[in-house]
Design a protein around this ligand. Sequence first.
Ligand SMILES: *[C@@H]1O[C@H](CO)[C@@H](O)[C@H](O)[C@H]1NC(C)=O
Ligand SMILES: *[C@@H]1O[C@H](CO)[C@@H](O)[C@H](O)[C@H]1NC(C)=O
Length: 285
Amino acid sequence: MQINISISILNVLLLLFFSSCSGMMMRNPMYDAHPCDTCREIGEKFIEGYRKTAGSNFGGGNTDWEEKKLKGYAKSETRFIEIMETACSKSESQCSTFLEKYEDLIEEWYQTSLLETIDTFTKWLCIDTAKVCCPQGTFGKNCRRCHHGDNGLLCSGNGLCDGDGKRSGNGRCLCNAKYSGTNCSNCQSGYTKSVDANNQIVCTDIDECRTNFFFPPCGFYKCNNTDGRFECYGEPFYLQSSKMSLIIVLFITTSILMYKDMQNLALLTCILTAVLVFVFSRNIL
Ligand SMILES: *[C@@H]1O[C@H](CO)[C@@H](O)[C@H](O)[C@H]1NC(C)=O
Ligand SMILES: *[C@@H]1O[C@H](CO)[C@@H](O)[C@H](O)[C@H]1NC(C)=O
């Protein structure tokens, strides 16, 4: 009996825990679209709806009456409602909330603007009126300019600006792989910078294994160049018994030859030993 009660209490607690978790997830702004994205979507749908309804209610006749009717429809409440109905899909609460908030202003714009200016609708709604977006290439509350490179491109054409086109973000360049610097005009370590014919910065991998002949980066180990880096692997020659035996044998031979006063042969084996030590230490063999 007691066990049963505690199990049901446990179940209730678990249920409470999970429901509060899912509640948090629903409210978490991470799961919401940025208001600028919502706004741009509405803007596009509005323009689309506006274009679609442009030919509506056209009877085909050419009479004055038909023309007047057409003109009347162009700015009519009927058409406005028709357009607004397609601006959000019904399930998107964020979109509907946004649209409700700006409905009156949108209607005012619709009534007072010239038909040719429909292309500027999104800019008017999202940048100038709701102030949730910024012009492309700018970011943050006051739409400050993102970092540009010396070639005039946003983040030198090698990255994205944090908050680009939105009233958010910190404007930092998020550079693509290989690139670095405030405007992505530098290369990360392990790459060399060059500028191509189109004034684009190009970062090329440095082959570290070949850059220093006298002091190779891996010492007596083998070197493998990889993208932006290098790896050392293998066994150095002094840990390989076959190579070391050969060197020791040659060294002893040289000593014996010298002891026997056979200088020319001793010189030969000495040179051979030196060459082998060099070749082995470079991992050439
Ligand atoms: C881009 O950044 C580099 C250094 O990171 C700087 O020298 C250069 O002036 C910057 N260019 C512009 C247009 O700000
Ligand atoms: C060298 O690096 C490349 C690229 O990372 C890798 O595919 C290759 O297996 C490496 N070779 C050795 C011998 O470690």
